[in-house]
Each structure stands twice: as C-alpha cells, then as structure tokens.
Design a protein. Structure first.
Ligand code: G4P
Length: 293
C-alpha cells in the first residue's frame, strides 16, 4: 500500500479554521506537546506554534530518534530546553523514550500539581494535547502512550469531532485526536526536506532535482559517510549533480550509449537516505535557525 504522506492543501481558510480549533482546545488543556521529526526539527515545526500556544507550558517530542544523529539530538535538546520547553526524545516504533513521558509531564506541570494539592485536589487529572504537522508520528505517539492500537488521526485540517479523552493513567488525560498543523510554505528548502524524509510526496519536484539537493546537503553535513558509501571523492566545490553522477558511475548505473542513469541513482540516494543505509543523519541544526532569525 502506498505510504500516506502529507497531501493536505492548506488553504488560508483551513488554516484559520485549524487555528480556531487549536485555540478552543487550548482552553481545555494544561500543556501542549509538539511532535517533531528529530531529523528535521526546523522544517517539521509549525511556523506559528509560539504565537498559537501563547504561555501554555510546552513539551517538544523529538520523534524518530532511531533515524537521527545522536550528537545533533543532544544539541537540539539543549536548544529547546534553553528556550524554556521540556524535551522528550522518542522512537515510537520501538517505544524508546515513551516511559519518560509521564514523569516529564509531571516535571513540566509541577507548579500546577502543587497548586492542586494545596487546594485539596491532589490526583486531579492533568490534560494535554498532542500537536504536529502531518506524518510526524502524532497518532503513533498517542497510541504508544495510551497503550492502544491502530487509531489513526484523519490527516485533514478542520475535521471536527466531539471531544474525547484518552486516559494514560488516572492523573493524565490526552485529547484523543492530535492537532494537525501546517508546515512552513514560504520556503522551498522546507518543502524539499519534508520530501527527503518522506513526509510529503516526491512529486513536489522531480526526483533528480530533489536528489541533487539532498546529495549537496548530505555531503556538506556528512562528507565521510557519502565518500565511504559511494566510494567517490568529495571535491572542495560541492556540486550535487556531479556527485550523483560519480556515485551512479561507481554503481555501474548506465544506460545504452554509456551514459549514467542519473534518475536511477537519484532514486537510490533517496531510498538509502530514508532507510538510514547511509547512517543516522540530521539535516538541520539549531545554528541554521539562528542564522535565519
Ligand atoms: P501522524 O499521526 O503525525 O500523521 O503520523 P503517524 O503516527 O501516522 O506516523 C507516520 C509514520 O511514521 C508511520 O509509518 C509510523 O509508523 C512512523 N513513525 C512514527 N514514529 C516513528 C519513529 O519514532 N520512528 C520511525 N522509524 N517511524 C515512526 P507508516 O509507514 O505510515 O506506517 P507503519 O507501516 O510504520 O505503521
């Protein structure tokens, strides 16, 4: 079956409706947990999340740590913590990090818990909502946390349902549907990074163009891994297409007449990146964010 990817059209009307729903839901919860793809913590983030959440206590869930660079993960954790956000690292496939959620929520909401205790309401449940862009792992996360199987959020903006709560334990409830947010649109790099990781379909660009950009980015960040995997020299001046051709030549991907089958190599690079055959790579670092600010 074809993998479900981000195919939402985020028209301004959808965004307004989603934002309104988010604002309504925010009134019902004590904190917001924002799921990000640890490989692309900038591109997988909703650009308006700070404005939408206001002063609500917040946790960032760095998900897919099974695919991300551990050193980069440490830097991102420090970065978000320095911005006053709680951070949890998870791999929702293997459940790594999942058991840290409840203690992390209690730390985040320690003040609220203390106030409840003072009022003689100890044990009053804390309420949270999970938000994030499509395909980032929200439903899998909720299912893992709540120990339930198979419920998949509708990847459509503005779909309303009666409010229901999932009980994690008697002191912790999650809004049963995640808040689906839009990614950044104004930046083509964001679209490409979402495509490299498989969050959006490849057809935002042709595979060759996408793969040339990915080759450049990977070679800049992880030159040794590219050199070792494809047995190619990395010149000082990095040209994604030339590197892709060199890799294709090495693999013996030729078409009649001896030309390199660059389309085939382009697909191979994307597939090898997505399946972590090249290594566990993180494509964005906090300094990239600060440069843009
Ligand atoms: P969403 O609700 O935010 O739209 O995302 P969803 O939970 O549906 O997850 C999207 C895909 O990401 C799913 O894969 C899911 O299994 C996978 N995923 C979620 N968290 C992790 C993680 O920590 N690590 C890895 N490697 N994958 C993760 P799928 O191919 O659509 O489904 P499935 O066949 O894996 O179930």
């Amino acid at each position: 079956m074809e993998k479900e990817t981000m195919n939402i059209q985020w028209y301004p009307g959808h965004m307004t409706k989603t934002r309104r729903m988010m604002e309504e839901n925010l009134k019902l919860v004590d904190a917001v947990c924002e799921v990000l793809d640890a490989r692309i913590p900038i591109s997988s983030r909703n650009p308006d999340i700070d404005a939408i959440c206001g002063n609500k206590p917040r946790m960032v869930i760095l998900n897919r740590i099974d695919m991300a660079d551990p050193a980069a993960l440490r830097q991102w954790t420090q970065y978000f913590e320095s911005k006053g956000l709680a951070v949890l690292q998870t791999d929702c496939k293997s459940r790594r990090g999942i058991n840290g959620f409840v203690p992390a929520v209690r730390r985040l909401l320690a003040e609220k818990i203390r106030r409840y205790e003072e009022k003689g309401q100890s044990g009053r449940p804390l309420k949270l909502m999970i938000v994030g862009i499509p395909n980032v792992g929200k439903s899998t996360f909720i299912n893992q946390i709540a120990g339930r199987k198979g419920a998949k959020a509708e990847n459509r903006p503005g779909v309303t349902r009666g409010k229901q709560w999932v009980t994690v334990n008697p002191q912790l409830l999650l809004l049963d549907t995640p808040g689906i947010l839009w990614p950044r649109f104004d930046d083509p790099e964001t679209g490409m990074r979402l495509a490299y990781t498989g969050a959006v379909k490849d057809d935002i660009l042709d595979v060759l163009t996408l793969s040339c950009h990915l080759m450049e980015l990977l070679t800049l960040r992880y030159p040794e891994a590219i050199r070792a995997r494809y047995q190619i020299e990395i010149p000082e001046e990095i040209d994604g297409y030339a590197l892709l051709q060199a890799a294709g030549r090495r693999r013996g991907f030729l078409v009649s007449g001896g030309e390199i089958d660059d389309e085939r190599m382009a697909r191979v690079l994307l597939e090898e990146y997505r399946s972590c055959k090249l290594g566990k790579f993180t494509l964005e670092m906090p300094d990239m964010l600060e440069e843009a600010e």
